[in-house]
Design a protein around this ligand. Structure first.
Ligand code: SF4
Length: 65
């Protein structure tokens, strides 16, 4: 599984960081989420999916392998 972050859409709410702290941090430079390393490890996939559906801007796309 992969997660694709569209930083043109991201508004830096940080919901992803709150729901998937193992995958997401916000940039100190622009305050937007940082693209997590792909592929997503098995143990973090559930929180990655939760972050994707929780993102208020729909900036996170799940790509299943
Ligand atoms: S929840 Fe969505 S809009 Fe907010 S920081 Fe994360 S990716 Fe960006």
């Amino acid at each position: 599984m992969r997660i694709e972050l569209d930083r043109k859409v991201c508004q830096g709410h940080g919901v992803c960081q709150m729901t998937a702290s193992n995958l997401f941090t916000l940039s100190d430079e622009d305050g937007l989420a940082i693209q997590p390393a792909n592929p997503i490890a098995e143990e973090f996939q559930d929180e990655g999916r939760l972050a994707s559906v929780s993102c208020p801007e729909r900036a996170l796309s799940i790509v299943e392998d």
